[in-house]
Structures are given as C-alpha cells and as structure tokens.
Design a protein around this ligand. Structure first.
Ligand code: HEC
Length: 155
C-alpha cells in the first residue's frame, strides 16, 4: 500500500509536480512566475528573509491552512475560511488569485485578481519553489488515499 502511494506520488512528480493532479490547470513556469509575482510584491514578500508586509509573507504557503501564519493579523473572513477547511493548494490558489474577493468574500486582500490563467499557473509555480515541503495530494482533503478498497491486491 505504502509502496503504491509512493509510486503514485513519484508519477505525479515526474508528470510536472504540484500542478499535475489530473486537473485542467495549465503547467506553470516558475521563471515567468517571478515576473508575475512583481504584482504581489507591493504587499507580499517571499524567499530568504521574507517578512510580513501589508499581506503575509508567502514562504511555505502551499499546503498551509488559510489564515494561519503566526504573527500576521488576518481578516476575520480569511480566518473563517481556514477554520472552514480552506488549505492552499494549486487548485485553491488558482481560484483565489482569479478573483480574491469572490473566493474569500470579505478578505482584506484588495487585489482584483489575475485575468490570465497562464499568469496564475506561472506565479503558483514560482510560489511553489518556496514551499519545499509541499507534496501534491498531501493536503488533508486527499486523506482517502490512505484507505484503498479492501481485498483488492495493490497490483
Ligand atoms: C494590495 C495588497 C496585496 C496584493 C497586491 C496582493 N495581496 Fe495577497 N494578500 C494581501 C492581504 C492583505 C492578505 C491577507 C488577507 C486577509 O487576511 O483577508 C493577503 C493574502 C494572501 C494569501 C493568503 C495567505 C495565507 O497565509 O492564508 C495568498 C496566498 C496571497 N495573498 C497571494 C497573493 C499573490 C500570489 C499576489 C499576486 C498575484 C497577491 N497576493 C497580491 C494583500 C495583497
């Protein structure tokens, strides 16, 4: 079972990492994403020595529950979203960055969103390079993977 899970994880990694989970998300380019992230740097920092600015610093944000970075003063809306189970993954981040205030009504992130899906995929690929511990599919919502159908041999 464990070996099967590892094999699947390896397969997903070889197929393009965080963005290849059988979804329709475009593949992101981290280098292009660094340029897109310039739209975020007025409020966010990322990388070595990043600190909270108008928004929270974004190191390790993939796989983290929304609104939970210690020391940052989130809106009640973002804290509620996290308490309701929102975890940042390429999928949820895609929705949030498309229209932040539609996805988390009441968020204090006063950014209108990125209209181009490729820009979103690229910026997420860039952010992912600062979330080294994030494993695709390791978010709490994917827990059923640990409980395969009974009596079915792994292969
Ligand atoms: C005008 C300032 C501003 C801009 C520009 C901005 N953000 Fe934000 N961002 C915020 C604020 C403020 C919050 C906290 C939201 C809350 O508490 O409701 C936030 C929250 C977030 C979160 C949730 C973090 C967490 O710990 O839950 C992510 C992820 C994020 N922003 C990504 C981005 C990205 C990527 C961009 C650029 C495409 C961007 N933001 C642009 C201000 C901004």
């Amino acid at each position: 079972m464990v070996r099967t899970a590892i094999a699947i994880a390896a397969l997903m990694l070889s197929a393009g990492g965080a963005l290849a989970q059988g979804t329709a998300l475009p593949t992101g380019d981290a280098t292009a994403g660094e340029q897109v992230f310039k739209k975020c740097t007025v409020c966010h920092s990322i990388g070595p020595g990043a600190t909270n600015k108008i928004g929270p610093e974004l190191n390790g944000v993939l796989g983290r529950t929304a609104g939970t970075l210690p020391g940052y003063n989130y809106s009640q809306a973002m804290k509620d979203a996290g308490a309701g189970g929102l975890v940042w993954t390429p999928e949820t981040l895609t929705k949030f960055l498309t229209k932040p205030r539609d996805f988390v009504p009441g968020t204090k992130m006063t950014f209108p969103g990125l209209p181009n899906p490729q820009d979103i995929a690229n910026v997420i690929a860039y952010i992912a390079t600062f979330s080294p511990d994030y494993k695709p599919g390791a978010a709490p919502a994917a827990a059923p993977a640990a409980e395969p159908a009974p009596a079915t041999p792994a292969q």
